[in-house]
Ligand binder design. Structure first.
Ligand SMILES: [Fe+2]
Length: 279
């Protein structure tokens, strides 16, 4: 297996290696993991370039497109391995090197090993009127490490759903109650409107990222307030997200948050299917 060529901005993988056999970083080169950590800590994210080959990307796009047709051009989010195990994403979450990389990243950020090696995958597709409503929903992830896999990313127009990140603005909370209170204070419709208005008037300036399919992006999702920018109803934006490492593992509150998010995603996806498009 070839070593990765890594610099402080991005890491490039060999273009023709297969997902299942691929190293995500050379385990014998500590400095490479160090570069990833340095990028996340200093600039808010690390980018691993050209990890997904063109053929693999086509397969992911086909899966996202087929799913999108089932939701009749409206927003949906598929949570969990059961709903996604027929996609190429399964090869990715089964890759032991990827799991090890995420585990090492968690260990750095949390100061301890993760209680579990479980990856929680989500396929999220922003499209249609409901997609517009689901944009700008700033939140902290329940898990510490977030791996973002862009699949379909519009490249034209003003409203193409770029990622907005206020990177690393909080620490990992020792008490799950503080985490819950912070989430309740920020993740409500009033705070959402206020944040988006302040961004619109340039009083707040989140880092904005135009994602590139083929690359992987890693950030501290638990510590970074993030959302996607508005998306025009007539465009489609599909991303897969791997969540890893719950700092409050075993907490009943975290389980409730995850259940709430999954139920909300199911409700929103079903609602979107029933709502006729106005454009
Ligand atoms: Fe998130």
């Amino acid at each position: 297996m070839e070593d990765l060529a890594i610099n402080s901005q991005a890491m490039t993988l060999p273009p023709d290696s297969g997902l299942s056999a691929r190293d995500f970083y050379p385990l014998n080169r500590q400095s490479d993991l160090g570069n990833i950590i340095q990028d996340i800590d200093n600039q808010g994210f690390a980018c691993l370039e050209n990890v997904i080959t063109a053929n693999e990307l086509n397969e992911l796009v086909a899966f996202a497109d087929t799913s999108a047709q089932r939701y009749q051009g409206e927003y949906f989010a598929l949570h969990g391995k059961d709903l996604l195990n027929r996609s190429l994403l399964a090869k990715l979450w089964d890759n032991p090197n990827l799991v090890q990389m995420l585990s090492r990243l968690y260990e750095h950020a949390a100061g301890r090993k993760p209680a579990s090696d479980t990856i929680w995958p989500v396929l999220r597709c922003v499209q249609g009127n409901q997609g517009e409503r689901e944009s700008g929903c700033f939140h902290y992830d329940a898990s510490l490490v977030t791996l973002l896999i862009p699949i379909i990313i519009p490249s034209e127009g003003e409203e193409r759903g770029d990622l907005m990140v206020f990177a690393n603005i909080r620490k990992t909370r020792g008490m799950v109650l503080f985490n819950l209170i912070e989430k309740m204070l920020l993740q409500n419709s009033f705070s959402r409107k206020l944040l988006n208005a302040m961004i619109k008037h340039k009083l707040l300036k989140p880092r904005q990222l135009q994602l590139k399919p083929g690359n992987l992006y890693i950030f501290w999702g638990y510590r970074s307030l993030h959302a996607n920018k508005p998306c025009s109803p007539d465009i489609k934006r599909a991303t897969a997200i791997f969540h890893f490492g719950d700092p409050h593992e075993g907490s009943a509150v975290t389980k409730l948050i995850l259940k709430f998010n999954q139920r909300r995603a199911r409700r929103t996806s079903h609602k979107a299917m029933k709502t006729p498009r106005t454009q």
